[in-house]
Design a protein around this ligand. Structure first.
Ligand code: M6R
Length: 605
């Protein structure tokens, strides 16, 4: 999604803005731009495409100025183009914006009726023109306050002013915004990661807040224009390490990091001495819990789906799951004996954050399972369980999915133990099994060479299907999501038992169908569903942990992952699917870390 950078300094800022924009590239974008201020002139440079292109433009025609704002845009209103790229500037003001202004059409009509002309198709340009108009009689801060009162929707803004050459104003409603501090230099950024090379001292704006940055100081205001103080966080070194090392791209690094991710996560939550799980401070006494509602988007939603099966197996707690963009508009009956759990790698996903806000407004208890602990979702939830995966840069979520699954499993195990729904021996055994995950993940990753061969079979495929039952059904969904987002190949995930109700019509000679069949209570049923596919010409890729099942001649390709505790099998079965999506995308020369049209952090609705 879009990314913002602003720097107020005592030296030229354009190079640092470009370097920071490069740090924001992982979010996914289609155009970039920068505006600097020198001698009371706003100097705007923009390009369609990558930040490298913008850098070349600046190389040919440098932009001086000790103050400036930069942006990477992910198109919402208007096609990706130079004209629609941010910043959007008038003679007096330049604005970068993340989010969506929902009443932009209305505001545009009003401004046009006054004779004002628009250069772009964006919703952002109304902000530029409104601030410019308001500046006629007001100081910058007042003109921004006046403008914000007219806006509906979500935004994070960075604004510079031709006649106020030492300030940048930042504002937040809905979309995240951070402020960084250094000597003779202060920063604005969409996330702390973008500021990492310049500072580790960060404050986060909350909704409705504004900030005014100069090179020497930063002031914060609430939505009533009162000056406020903000906490300064020291961002940990770990959050600052994000380098792809010898790997071709971040995704492969993140896939292969998973044994370490699992180890760290398990170590954080398992007390090996006490042979127990270190989870305390439940916002609701687990014995009083009526229901757990799990909410997320995309891959995070798939981890909710897996957790549903675990909750049903290990506890008597009612469980409901929902996609955040649906949850937020449902007519829900909230209950203070329910725990609402929000899963998000970034902690900034707009729909998930909005769903959490609704829960807060209804005074129910919330838990955030996140990777980024300083994120909006983490800060707003009553209770936070970090997944400790470290920065995930590839747009495709891999190690974060693993972390989400491990934390969910550990949480459910702990609930089950506190509620006396599991006996001590089984509890201890399950804790021991958790510790085996890193070793088993390593073994599973050894399948890569086979999967490289398998990937070639997908090059001419028209599409593909992923089938599974029980907790392998969400893994089928996850496999299909990974394949489509990375390789642009049409892929569907289905519960294997559902095939006869429609999807079987898609099976034709040679269609690759991935069947995920661990040795669980569904195994034989899944095999029957697989035979129905084989009978219609489907080319089967069979993934199992069942040592006894021979890979028969009807199966085109077999992959065997190590056998672990049945409940934990989804964790291992995901790995071949990540590798498959990765290798198909690699063969198709796709942009693996930044798939087309997608963003890492989906900060608009
Ligand atoms: O940051 P989040 O976990 O909230 O993101 C949710 C989804 O946008 C994300 O999982 C998305 O589906 C991934 N690109 C999938 O690989």
């Amino acid at each position: 999604m879009c990314g913002i950078i602003g720097i107020a300094s005592n030296k030229p800022v354009s190079i640092n803005i470009i370097n920071s924009l490069k740090k924001l590239e992982y979010r996914g974008y289609d155009s970039a731009g920068i505006a600097t201020l020198k001698n009371n002139l706003i100097n705007e440079k923009k390009c369609s495409g990558r930040v490298d292109e913008l850098e070349k433009i600046l190389f040919k025609s440098p932009s001086d100025g000790n103050i400036g704002i930069g942006h990477v845009r992910w198109a919402t209103h208007g096609v990706p183009s130079i004209l629609n790229a941010h910043p959007h500037s008038s003679e007096n003001v330049s604005v970068v914006h993340n989010g969506i202004i929902e009443n932009s059409d209305e505001l545009k009509m009003e401004l046009e009726s006054k004779g004002l002309k628009f250069k772009s198709q964006t919703d952002t340009e109304v902000i530029t023109l409104l601030i410019t108009e308001a500046l006629n009689n007001n100081e910058p801060l007042e003109s921004v306050f006046k403008t914000l009162n007219k806006l509906k929707g979500s935004f994070a803004l960075g604004i510079i002013f031709k006649d106020f050459s030492d300030i940048i104003i930042g504002a937040r409603r809905g979309s995240p915004l951070a402020v960084g501090y250094s000597n003779n230099e202060n920063y604005l950024g969409s996330d702390s990661y973008a500021l990492k090379s310049m500072t580790n001292k960060i404050s986060y704006l909350d909704d409705g807040e504004l900030c005014v940055l100069t090179k020497n100081e930063v002031s914060f205001y609430d939505d009533k224009k009162n000056k406020i103080n903000k906490k300064i966080h020291i961002v940990s070194d770990e959050e600052n390490i994000a380098d792809k090392g010898d790997y071709k791209n971040f995704m492969s690094k993140e896939i292969f990091e998973q044994p370490i991710t699992a180890k760290k996560c398990v170590n954080e939550y398992i007390d090996s001495l006490k042979k127990d799980i270190n989870i305390y401070n439940f916002p609701i006494n687990p014995k009083d819990l009526k229901k757990i509602i799990l909410i997320g988007c995309g891959t995070a939603y798939h981890s909710c789906l897996v957790a549903k099966y675990w909750l049903e197996e290990l506890t008597n707690i009612d469980v409901e799951i929902d996609i955040a963009s649906e949850f937020r508009y449902r007519n829900l009956k909230f209950n203070d004996k329910n725990l609402y759990i929000f899963i998000s790698q970034s902690g900034e996903t707009a729909d998930t954050a909005a769903a959490l806000d609704i829960c807060k407004k209804n005074s129910v208890k919330t838990c955030a399972i996140v990777n980024v602990i300083e994120s909006t979702i983490a800060r707003n939830a009553d209770w936070v369980l970090p997944i400790h995966a470290g920065p995930e840069i590839g747009v495709a979520s891999t190690k974060a999915f693993l972390g989400q699954l491990i934390v969910l499993y550990i949480l459910i195990l702990k609930l089950s133990s506190i509620r006396n729904e599991i006996n001590q021996t089984t509890y201890n055994q399950k804790i021991e099994n958790l510790k085996k995950i890193p070793k088993f993940l390593k073994k599973t990753l050894d399948l890569e060479t086979n999967i490289q061969i398998l990937a070639k079979e997908f090059l001419d495929a028209k599409g593909t299907m992923f089938l599974g039952r029980g907790s392998s059904f969400p893994i089928a969904l996850e496999g299909a999501l990974k394949l489509k987002e990375l390789s642009y190949l049409h892929a569907e995930g289905y519960p294997a038992g559902e095939m006869k109700h429609g999807p079987l019509a898609l099976i034709e000679e040679g269609l690759p169908v991935i069947v995920i069949a661990p040795k669980d209570k569904y195994f034989e049923k899944t095999l029957s569903n697989m035979q129905e596919v084989i009978a219609r010409g489907g080319k089967i890729v069979f993934i199992t942990d069942n040592k006894k099942k021979s890979i028969s001649e009807n199966i085109r390709f077999g992959l065997r992952v190590p056998h672990i505790d049945n409940l934990l099998s989804p964790i291992l079965l995901t790995i071949p699917l990540q590798l498959l999506a990765y290798h198909v995308a690699l063969l198709k020369n796709c942009d693996i870390d930044k798939p087309r049209n997608l963003a890492k952090s989906v900060t608009v609705e």
